[in-house]
Design a protein around this ligand. Structure first.
Ligand code: AP5
Length: 213
């Protein structure tokens, strides 16, 4: 199955993508994770991406599209994938469609995680990530064993002023892609408020209702 996961910052895309991709037996491909790995590694791509990520803006399409196109040619993505965080505007959605068409494939579904702004701010401000394992915690909803541990850090784009810009960028640039997918009958919406397992259950039954195995 070829699937994209869309939703506002902090909707739980990364959390759900991990489990859903494992259930479907496809790789999870997160553009945010790839950018962050490049930022940590100090690569030219990372240096370029960081300038935008720190302000909560989108990395330019030509950079992002090429990175995704390269990733989708890898062996593990040939039988399907779950894209987390891409596409993020209508142009990216069209590029992805063209790319898949050239490979003789098509996107099956866009799964939208629906969460309101208050919940997003709560989720992002409480998010902490382990430096060693990369595991994502939440101080209240999924607390780490030692919340004061030096191993935990807060993402630089989870500061209140950056969160505000990310929500604006989402509303202005990303939300319109729902109309694009809906017009093609490929949009599936899932209420993403509730326990992580409850949301996974809703997502999986929606996907199975649309042919996922
Ligand atoms: P990206 O990493 O994609 O950030 P995002 O879309 O803003 O999403 P997040 O990673 O912040 O949140 P999430 O939805 O994955 O939530 P999570 O599961 O962590 O992108 C970062 C940046 O990279 C962008 O701003 C941009 O600059 C650049 N970029 C990336 N893709 C790009 C593209 N295609 N084009 C251009 N630029 C791009 O959950 C959040 C918190 O909530 C966690 O603490 C978690 O534990 C908790 N939580 C999760 N589920 C629940 C639940 N059900 N109940 C309670 N708490 C929960």
């Amino acid at each position: 199955m070829r699937l994209v996961l869309v939703g506002p910052p902090g909707a739980g895309k990364g959390t759900q993508a991990e489990v859903i991709a494992a259930e479907l037996g496809v790789p999870k491909i997160s553009t945010g994770d790839i950018f962050r790995a490049n930022v940590s590694g100090g690569t030219p791509l990372g240096l370029e991406a960081k300038r935008y990520m720190d302000d909560g803006d989108l990395v330019p399409d030509e950079v992002t599209n090429k990175m995704v196109a390269d990733r989708l040619t890898e062996d593990d993505a040939q039988k399907g994938f779950l894209l987390d965080g891409y596409p993020r505007n209508t142009d990216q959605a069209k590029v992805l469609d063209r790319l898949l068409e050239e490979q003789g494939h098509h996107l099956d579904l866009a799964l939208e995680l629906v969460v309101d702004d208050d919940e997003i701010v709560r989720r992002l401000s409480g998010r902490r990530v382990s430096k060693t394992t990369g595991k994502v915690y939440h101080l209240e909803f999924d607390p780490p064993e030692d919340p004061e541990s030096a191993d935990l850090y807060q993402r630089s784009d989870d500061r209140p002023e950056t969160i505000k810009n990310r929500l604006k960028v989402y509303a202005d640039q990303t939300a319109p892609i729902m109309g694009y997918y809906e017009a093609q009958g490929r949009l599936v919406r899932v209420d993403a408020v509730g326990e992580v397992e409850t949301v996974t259950g809703r997502a999986m039954s929606a996907l199975r209702g649309h042919g996922a195995e």
